[in-house]
Design a protein around this ligand. Structure first.
Ligand code: ATP
Ligand code: MG
Length: 310
């Protein structure tokens, strides 16, 4: 069984009368990339601050690798990394010097550190600019340096707050790849983002928070199946002329839940990708198929439906 890295029981934070986090139960396993989602003000950062030991819960409890962030904050700080949205570095110091500074703060031995820094710079693709001042770095480079900075102390768990915001498409791919590589090294990742397509690419499980509570939580494809009209696949089929008979034939295919007609195409909602069965039914019936394409339920759609309470 995989190790549980984060576990909270009825974790709650009140600010005066206002409940920012409301009896939250959260479990995260080793090496998991968990998408922590929710609208502005939902309570994501407040939850993270409690897990980091930076703010006290009002009630309930949290454990990070078995340690209590409020009672054993130093233990927790030693094993977690945090990448804020805008990482702060000393602009006049080089990338290596900035990493060295963090290593010193964490009390790492100098000898090993030199080697670790050069390995980390290479793993985030910054070897060539390791001796350049950070002031000249682009946002994407700073973000990658931020990841290296976080990894210096070999954390078990990292929190990433909007790590892809303000970064160009190639830079985004690099950062998402880096996150996946961290998880392969058994580091658990809590990934906060409003960019749901990025979350969908790398997260195995997500939790959607609103007003301090989970509206839904689980593997993305299972969330997509909750409720009617939320089947996993939508297949758009174009044929010359749509008639009742072909609609009936397609409805009889296994795993097809519904067929709707919109202008010159049919939209087939189903739990599996049944494109080849649909194509066969059409061709066997003597009709000609003009086009067929499949769209997997996007996390964005799932998120919108769940947040509207449908
Ligand atoms: N120190 C504080 N004092 C009073 N209220 C606070 C404090 N910190 C947060 N809040 C309130 O708690 C709620 C949750 O805030 P939080 O920052 O956790 O949301 P979030 O999910 O991280 O939002 P965002 O997506 O905007 O980052 C908000 O309504 C916020 O105004
Ligand atoms: Mg926040």
């Amino acid at each position: 069984m995989k190790q549980i890295v984060v576990e909270t029981k009825d974790l709650t934070k009140n600010y005066g009368d206002f409940i920012a986090v409301d009896k939250l139960n959260l479990k995260i396993e080793e090496g998991e990339i968990f998408g922590f989602l929710g609208p502005n003000g939902a309570g994501k950062t407040t939850t993270i601050l409690m897990l980091l030991g930076l703010t006290e819960p009002t009630s309930g409890e949290a454990k990070v690798c078995g340690f209590s962030p409020s009672r054993e904050p130093l233990k927790v700080k030693g094993i977690v990394g945090y990448l804020p949205e805008r990482v702060g570095f000393y602009r006049d110091l080089t990338a290596s010097q900035n990493l060295m500074y963090t290593a010193d703060l964490n009390g790492l031995p100098k000898k090993e550190t030199m080697k670790t820094i050069s390995e980390l710079l290479s793993s985030v693709g910054l070897s060539d600019v390791g001796e350049k001042p950070v002031g000249a770095f682009s946002q994407g480079m700073k973000q990658r340096l931020g990841i290296a900075d976080m990894l210096i102390k070999k954390p078990k768990l990292v929190f990433l707050d909007e790590p892809t915001s303000g970064i160009d498409p190639n830079g985004i791919t690099e950062i998402l790849d880096l996150i996946v590589r961290m998880s392969k090294q058994k580091i658990s990742v809590i990934f906060c983002s409003h960019q749901l397509n990025h979350v969908q690419k790398i997260c195995t499980r997500v939790g959607i928070l609103a007003r301090g509570k989970f509206l839904a939580e689980g593997p993305i494809d299972q969330l997509g199946k909750q409720g009617k009209g939320q089947e996993r696949y939508q297949i758009e089929v174009q044929i010359e002329k749509i008639d009742d008979e072909i609609i009936k034939l397609i409805k009889q295919i296994k795993n097809v839940n519904s067929v709707t007609v919109s202008s010159n195409s049919m939209l087939v909602s189903c739990d599996r990708d049944v494109r080849s069965q649909i194509a066969k039914v059409i061709v066997d019936s003597g009709r000609s198929l003009i086009g067929i394409k499949v769209e997997e339920m996007s996390l964005e759609k799932i998120y919108k439906k769940i947040s509207r309470g449908e």
